[in-house]
Design a protein around this ligand. Structure first.
Ligand SMILES: [Zn+2]
Length: 544
């Protein structure tokens, strides 16, 4: 997702309150680390089956959790956030006892857990789930109504965790291999979730929508969207064959959607070009209208950008190019490759989701409007960079890094593209990432190492600089006659990124380091040195 405007303010207030070094609780560790009660089992399958009662703002049902035993243990951790309550936990017909520590529930298993076996646990639960205060950033259930007074309901839970509305293993590192989602709603309404609709079971006053996701899915990607939806769709002929692209929008918005969602096909073409095949052909692609701005829910990207271009009508880059596309269609769908296909193991590494996806915005422009448009856009977004704290967050406590993971991250990747001087190779690397880490959860080191190997550049200091500090490299230089003295300041150890300059319109590379260096320029009397703006560094001309 993308967080601007309100969320920025909230985050700054939180940081101010904590004086930049937040305090973490035992509950944060239970939520954010791979506890011994999580480590011994590997998720295989979820079967989530719930009824949603819009009038009472109440949900009830169960999640069946199938897992493979990796090592012997008799205590299993399941997460479910209050005010929802567990009503029963059952394995093989026996009700189990459990200890709750806040939102973590330690269940004592009766049956011996033998390595290699697949076992199932059925967790029944009910209650009034947390209402979203400011979806999708402060998520939960959004109980809204459409312009005709019909219920219009959606879940969102990134960061907060899916356990805000259903019981699961609420940590990013482990994903199920497939998942069934069955949602019962009043007869006049429809539920749209992830994957494909298998069938609709008709009840007396309600209908049950049975959805199935055939691919690994992260918890926060799972969603319920309920409304008076109408459907339209198309088939996209993509790199892996025919892909169904399905759209569910509020009845009154069909005309608007039919026009605006033409951008979905454009998105698919551009992103398959840059990133490789859409990663979830078996599950199809969907855009689903929701009462909040939008979210990268896997194979059911949610949309609430009011059928206009830009980010709620504004250009985040200030360059004008941001109005050439619908921000939510492009950005949230970009996450299908970076967030849903390649997923971080710990949200401290969320730059893997947001930096590449923010970067995808200008690659979309690049595909349709060329490299100059793309560069103007990404450079324009630098005004949003705060350098308040590092992009990488704190591990093991469910704590993201700075919001700079968006546009500082995209500018870092744009800078990396310059270093390669080979756009086709860069494209193959981006596609390679999606192939190498297909349907996997990863660490930042895996991504950093892959990029170093594939670019043939040791990027260790480069990533340390941009991901782990708030320091922006400063290129200092002075000119005397045809001699140029230059160096980097404000850098981490071993940072030595080359940079492209223009001397009297002639391009050349400089290789600055922390120590002063001197370059004899092929210069005239009135030498002009311009540092290429595509590099995200600061420039200080000491001769001026
Ligand atoms: Zn995002």
């Amino acid at each position: 997702m993308i967080r601007f405007l309100l969320h920025t303010v909230v985050l700054l207030i939180v940081l101010a309150a904590y004086g930049q070094s937040p305090l973490f609780t035992a509950q944060d560790t239970l939520r954010g680390s791979i506890t011994p009660e999580r480590a011994w089992w590997d998720l295989n399958y979820y079967d989530l089956d719930i009824e949603v009662n819009p009038e009472e703002k109440y949900i009830s049902g169960s999640n069946t959790i199938r897992y493979k035993v990796l090592s012997e243990n008799q205590v299993i951790q399941i997460d479910l956030q209050s005010p929802l309550t567990i009503t029963k936990i059952n394995q093989d017909g026996y009700d189990l006892v459990y200890n709750s520590i806040g939102n973590a529930h330690w269940v004592t298993l009766l049956k011996p857990q033998k390595i290699g076996e697949y076992n199932e646990l059925v967790v029944s639960y009910s209650g009034h789930p947390k209402e979203a205060d400011n979806a999708p950033w402060d998520g939960g259930f959004s109980w809204s109504t459409d312009q005709n007074g019909q219920p219009f309901i959606a879940t969102s839970c990134q960061g907060l965790g899916a356990s805000v509305w259903w019981p699961n293993k609420d940590h990013m590192y482990d994903e199920v291999d497939s998942m069934a989602i069955s949602i019962t709603v009043p007869k006049n309404l429809m539920n749209v979730s992830n994957g494909r609709l298998r069938n609709v079971e008709e009840g007396q006053n309600s209908n049950t929508y049975h959805w199935f996701v055939a691919n690994p899915i992260n918890n926060y990607g799972v969603n319920v969207n309920i409304g008076d939806y109408v459907y339209f769709g198309e088939t996209y002929e993509g790199e892996n064959g025919s892909l169904s692209m399905d759209y569910y929008v509020l009845r009154d918005n069909l005309d608007l959607a039919e026009k605006q969602f033409k951008q979905a096909g454009l998105m698919m073409e551009a992103f398959e070009h840059w990133f490789g095949p859409y990663p979830f052909y078996e599950d199809g692609f969907k855009l689903v209208e929701v009462p909040y701005l939008g979210m990268e829910h896997q194979s059911s990207v949610t949309y609430g950008n009011k059928y206009q271009n830009g980010y709620l009508g504004t250009d985040l880059s200030g360059s004008g190019w941001g109005l050439k596309f619908d921000f939510i269609i492009i950005h949230e769908s970009g996450h299908e490759w970076f967030a849903n296909n390649i997923t971080n193991k710990d949200i401290a590494d969320m730059w893997i989701h947001e930096s590449f996806t923010a970067y995808s915005e200008n690659l979309y422009l690049d595909y349709y409007f060329g490299p100059e448009a793309s560069a103007e856009y990404v450079i324009g977004t630098r005004s949003r960079i705060r350098n308040d704290r590092p992009i990488i967050g704190v591990y093991g406590v469910n704590y993201e890094g700075s919001g700079d993971m968006y546009y500082k991250g995209s500018n870092m990747l744009h800078t990396l593209r310059q270093l390669l001087e080979d756009d086709e190779k860069w494209r193959q690397i981006l596609r390679g990432l999606n192939k190498e880490f297909y349907h996997q959860t990863v660490t930042t080191n895996q991504i950093e190492n892959y990029l170093s190997e594939q670019t043939n550049i040791d990027l260790t200091a480069f990533f340390n600089q941009y991901l782990r500090t708030t320091k922006i490299p400063v290129l200092e230089f002075s000119l005397k006659g045809n001699k140029m003295r230059y160096r980097y300041t404000n850098i981490v150890k071993d940072f030595d990124m080359p940079v492209r300059i223009k001397v009297n319109e002639q391009e050349q590379w400089l290789f600055p380091r922390a120590e002063w260096k001197t370059e004899n320029l092929d210069a005239k009397d009135s030498t002009q040195v311009l540092v290429d703006e595509n590099f995200y560094i600061l420039v200080k001309n000491l001769s001026q």
